[in-house]
Design a protein around this ligand. Structure first.
Ligand code: ATP
Ligand code: MG
Length: 325
């Protein structure tokens, strides 16, 4: 069966002040209908670029150099404008880190929600959509302007709007990063239960490996514009196969325990300018050998996941007998 979202070998460059930055370097990701996938990686790894590319919402400075994005089989970058708009409206919901930026400051919440639901949506229908994201006093929220809402409330409104049309896929780009811990969990509960009820697939982009692994069936780990490990969430978190995932898992709060100091991933992030001939993580990798600097790793299937690492299976955190390909 065809995946709902199929990103294959996607290469995206940004042109800034005469310099080119390769933000995605053959990134691949596939999500089945109703699936939940957390995409994690440090700042600059390409998460937001990947999320934006799904809706062909890349900024003008970005250029798709290669690869494809398909949503329900439709090649997103080849669609005519009207078809693209319909695809976004009918199949795709998006939420971002700053909910206020995605809301129109000059319109009441109810009026904005009505733009998604259609003019015929009456007060009761509007209220029911706001109730679904567990906003108290939905009628009062419908009358409010965005600046009158708290961050958590505004994010719930943004989620209600993204989910109103019953999308098949929700792309969430760190929508809880600005919220405090308790509100964050509440918002996560709302999104994942709404999506589960509606059969909506979720691509959740985040820094937080442990949080994502708790909520999503699968985790895709990005580094230097590529998905370096992609597999079942529990396994990726507890038995990482890629050295970068292992470093990320060690630095994850759930492992470190409350109040413990987080261990940063050692070394420096990749520069992303000149394309490196080898593995982007090699300069920071404790296990790198000469081949890693020279040759780009291709995905290898190991223990139920796809891993981009020459040394997979030889490393202490996976047992060699688990290597199946
Ligand atoms: P973060 O966790 O900080 O949100 P990210 O994983 O979402 O990071 P992206 O925002 O996709 O990463 O950025 C990937 C790379 O592309 C980075 O090197 C970034 O500096 C660069 N980049 C992103 N947006 C632009 C832009 N508009 N112009 C130039 N470069 C950009
Ligand atoms: Mg981002």
């Amino acid at each position: 069966q065809e995946p709902l979202l199929d990103v294959r070998g996607l290469v995206v460059d940004y042109a800034a002040n005469g310099r080119r930055v390769r933000a995605l370097d053959e990134a691949s990701l596939s999500v089945p209908a109703g699936g939940t996938v957390g995409v994690v990686g440090e700042s600059g790894s390409g998460k937001s670029t990947l999320g934006a590319a799904v809706g062909r919402l890349l900024p003008p400075s970005a250029e798709r150099v290669g690869g494809t994005v398909r949503v329900a089989g439709a090649p997103v970058f080849e669609l005519a404008p009207a078809t693209l708009r319909r695809m976004r409206r009918e199949r795709l919901g998006m939420v971002f880190q700053d909910p206020v930026a995605s809301l129109d400051p000059t319109k009441r919440i109810g009026a904005q929600l009505r733009l998604v639901l259609g003019r015929r949506a009456d007060k009761r229908v509007l209220a029911s959509h706001l109730e679904r994201v567990r906003l108290r006093d939905p009628r009062e929220v419908a009358r409010a302007y965005p600046h009158q809402l708290s961050g958590g409330m505004a994010q719930r409104v943004a989620i209600a709007m993204a989910m109103a049309a019953g999308p098949e896929l929700l792309v969430a780009d760190e929508p809880t990063a600005a919220l405090d811990a308790q509100v964050r969990e509440e918002v996560l509960d709302v999104v994942f239960s709404l999506a589960a009820d509606a059969g909506t697939a979720i691509v959740w982009l985040s820094h937080d490996l442990a949080a994502v692994a708790r909520r999503c069936a699968r985790v895709a780990v990005m580094y230097g514009g590529r998905v370096v490990e992609d597999g079942p969430a529990g396994q990726v978190l507890t038995r990482p196969a890629h050295p970068y995932t292992a470093a990320l898992a060690r630095s994850a709060p759930a492992r470190a325990g409350h109040g413990a100091r987080l261990e940063p991933v050692p070394g420096r992030p990749p520069t992303l300018t000149g394309p490196s001939p080898g593995c982007a993580f090699a300069p920071r990798c404790a296990f790198a050998v000469e081949r890693c600097d020279r040759e780009r790793p291709e995905p290898v299937r190991v223990d139920g996941r796809d891993v981009l690492c020459h040394r997979v299976g030889e490393l202490p955190f996976t047992e060699p007998e688990e290597v199946t390909a």
